[in-house]
Design a protein around this ligand. Structure first.
Ligand code: GLA
Length: 731
């Protein structure tokens, strides 16, 4: 065998070195910190110093594991492609048909595309391996059945190796109203397997599976993270095998017989994304960069939202909602969203899904149009809630087309929030929803759809194929979104699923923000948003100010804390402002003004996260890409053992730039904290110090009460901020 060709892609401090053997699939030699330029001689030597040794009582010819691992090479871990032709063709060996097509873009990554065939198994494979300018690695595979006899795909996983010092694994767990809770442990021998079988991404979704150096944190320790960009069933695995390899693998989880390829048919895997970083912030930052570089990334300032769900629930009434819109406009809201309960027989959550026409009983006599006009006249956009993939058994749609509900022969899936799933692979069902939605969007000039998805797809088969239906349904939902957006180019879509159960990069190809959780208790939201940020930048994460007493937890929290928490996302309100006092509305208006003033910084800045005082004090920050400005929040979530001396380091600043730090936020008006609990610098003039001091020594913070936040604004004194520079030099 000739020596394999090796290529290095590098972007933003990350390198991916690939080995492209002539007779087998590509293998990763190095994925991690950039090595700097490597000559062909270096690459050959690198290949030699990283090749597996020939162990006693082991493989005579050891092979480095491929991006799509195969058993022929002696690999005993999870296979890349699992499938068969009624028992035959069960262990593929793909050989590239021609040399890989490789494109390298200096400093901006590159890509390798490999077309391979297994003649004996009658299968073709197309592999795409890319390094994007953000340094994120993206992989995808397509398998094609080259014979007439059907080929069953049981699973397709793509894999990236991590080194032997990646000793700990961290991923996310959760449930309804408490999404994205981190869990962490040693990288043990065997598989740390996370399966999502909800037929949606899931409130307990892994989101990002990370392996890293022992003790890695937001600011330190190498970490390697993997994300499966898919909104249906999926699998993420951190696998350590007895021969020493450590891999992160990901792919779609296919139900039995869900994908059966006829002659000439193909299965395309979802994209698997991988982000390396020195510290969790660096890994998250790459995902943010990747998303922000998309053409479809929201380009306009993220409007302040009023969502009426927790204000009125199903109690729709024109006058109440008009009054709510008046209050909303008065405090500075820019987008008014009417939630569930506006259509057909939908007076509570037991009926009506699928019948997408304005309810005559509640909104007849032109009242719906009057609300829309009222909202527009107040200068706000109008948004509307839909749950397009669902159907209530108690609906005209289900009565007319019981066969359009996903089911297995002889029974419907167990009821879940009194609803079933509409099988969008039935052409008629697809067209029904698409056409109703497009018609309503056009008729009422709707600018925003909150696209909900409130049940699991379990026992979910199609009456059309008699097969498991999650795979096709997920693709059909993407198609539905794409077609609606094409027909209504002005429309923005929010991905909601019982709160935050559909947060992934697959859905974000078709949507403009996610609803992170049905829990808007700010104490809980601090955690939910902190970890949603491991994948998504704040401008994509809906974040609302709720009522003083949180509906999901009963916790009472003051307005400053609620608003300061919502600030670091796509800000909104979900609170009956009619029940709020005038004083509360005034304070809320001041927060909205503050959000508008700083949203550009928050929505383009680099996210930094830190904690101190044994995890009781959390720092969250947005640092402008040019590092001239930053906004930090410091939040006390629990009462620490030692107090009140507490210091935070303001991460992300440039060492040699002098900054002015000042207390920030409208809270400084009515709610100036007791001067006895303030550090000396906590004055309107603040203090001027170089970034090196602020980020290494840090600053003392006010002795906060639990569930309270202090905001710190940082602006560059010299250079760009001329006025401040002049002041400082005393001229
Ligand atoms: C889901 C959403 C909520 C709300 C309700 C309406 O639970 O997450 O925000 O829209 O549905 O039924």
């Amino acid at each position: 065998m000739p020596a394999p060709r090796r290529v290095r892609f590098a972007a933003d401090g990350v390198a991916l070195v690939l080995e492209l053997p002539e007779g087998s699939l590509p293998r990763v030699v190095h994925w991690g910190r950039d090595t700097g330029d490597l000559t062909d001689v270096d690459l050959t030597a690198l290949g030699r110093v990283t090749s597996a040794p020939n162990a006693a009582n082991g493989l005579d010819e050891p092979h480095r594991v491929a991006v799509l691992p195969e058993a022929w090479s002696g690999w005993t871990g999870t296979p890349g492609l699992a499938g068969h032709r009624l028992g035959r063709a069960w262990s593929p060996r793909f050989r590239p048909d021609q040399t890989a097509s490789v494109v390298t873009t200096e400093g901006l990554g590159g890509s390798a595309r490999v077309h391979a065939t297994d003649v004996d198994a009658g299968l073709g494979l197309d592999l795409e391996i890319e390094m994007l300018p953000s340094g994120v690695v993206r992989l995808r595979a397509e398998v094609t059945n080259l014979e007439d006899a059907p080929y069953v795909v049981d699973g397709l996983h793509l894999a990236l190796p991590v080194p032997g010092h990646a000793d700990e694994v961290l991923d996310l767990a959760g449930r309804w109203a408490k999404e994205r809770v981190p869990q962490r442990g040693p990288f043990r021998v065997g598989s740390h397997l996370r399966e999502g079988r909800h037929g949606r991404t899931g409130a307990d979704a892994v989101t990002v599976l990370l392996a890293g150096e022992a003790g890695f944190d937001f600011d330190r320790g190498e970490v390697w993270g993997l994300h499966v960009g898919f909104s249906g069933n999926h699998r993420s695995i951190a696998e350590r095998v007895h021969t020493g390899e450590r891999l992160l693998l990901g792919g779609e989880l296919l139900l039995p017989g869900e994908v059966v390829l006829g002659g000439g048919e193909s299965y395309v895997s979802p994209f698997v994304y991988a982000s390396y970083g020195d510290g969790l912030d660096a890994s998250a930052g790459r995902f943010h960069q990747l998303l922000r570089a998309r053409e479809s990334h929201p380009a306009t300032p993220r409007p302040v939202v009023m969502n009426v769900w927790e204000a009125v629930y199903f109690d729709h009434e024109l006058d109440t909602l008009r009054a709510l819109a008046d209050h909303a406009a008065e405090v500075g809201v820019e987008r008014f969203v009417l939630d569930d309960g506006w259509f057909a027989g939908r007076r509570d959550d037991t009926a009506g899904l699928g019948d997408w026409s304005v309810s005559e009983a509640v909104w007849g006599g032109g009242r719906f149009g009057q609300l829309v006009e009222h909202v527009s006249a107040l200068g706000m956009e109008f948004g509307l809630w839909f749950e397009p993939e669902m159907v209530s058994p108690d609906s005209d749609l289900a009565r007319e087309h019981p066969e359009w509900m996903l089911q297995v022969p002889g029974r419907l899936p167990a009821p879940f929030r009194h609803q079933q799933v509409l099988d969008l692979t039935h052409d008629g069902a697809f067209r029904h929803v698409r056409d109703r939605m497009v018609a309503l969007v056009r008729e009422y000039g709707i600018r925003f759809v909150k696209w909900d998805h409130n049940r699991d797809l379990v026992d979910a088969g199609s009456t059309r194929t008699l097969r498991a239906g999650v795979h096709e349904q997920t693709l059909a939902a993407y198609r539905l979104m794409a077609e609606i957006r094409q027909a209504c180019p002005e429309l923005e879509i929010e991905s909601c699923s019982s709160g935050g159960a559909r947060v992934d990069l697959g859905i974000l190809e078709h949507t403009d923000r996610v609803w992170a959780s049905d829990c808007i208790d700010a104490h809980e939201r601090q955690q939910i948003q902190r970890w949603t940020a491991q994948l998504l930048p704040p401008e994509l994460v809906g974040s609302h100010v709720g009522a003083p007493e949180a509906h999901t937890t009963g916790r009472r929290l003051d307005l400053d804390f609620r608003a300061a928490t919502a600030l670091f996302g796509h800000f909104g309100i979900e609170w009956d402002l009619g029940a709020a006092s005038q004083q509360e509305r005034r304070e809320l208006a001041a927060w909205i003004e503050f959000y508008k003033e700083h949203r550009e910084l928050i929505h383009t800045g680099r996210v930094v996260r830190r904690s101190s005082e044994g995890g009781a004090l959390w720092l969250h920050g947005a640092v402008a890409p040019d590092r001239t400005r930053a906004l930090y929040s410091v939040t006390l979530l629990e009462r620490p053992v030692t107090w009140p001396v507490a210091r935070v380091r303001l991460a992300g600043l440039a060492d040699d730039v002098v900054y002015r730090i000042t207390p920030a936020g409208p809270a400084l008006g009515e709610h100036t904290p007791d001067p006895k609990v303030l550090p000396a610098w906590w004055t309107p003039d603040g203090a001027d110090l170089p970034g090196a001091v602020l980020s290494r020594v840090g600053v003392d913070v006010p002795a906060l009460l639990p569930d309270h936040t202090a905001l710190i604004l940082v602006t560059r004194v010299d250079g760009t901020d001329d006025e401040a520079a002049t002041e400082r030099s005393g001229t």
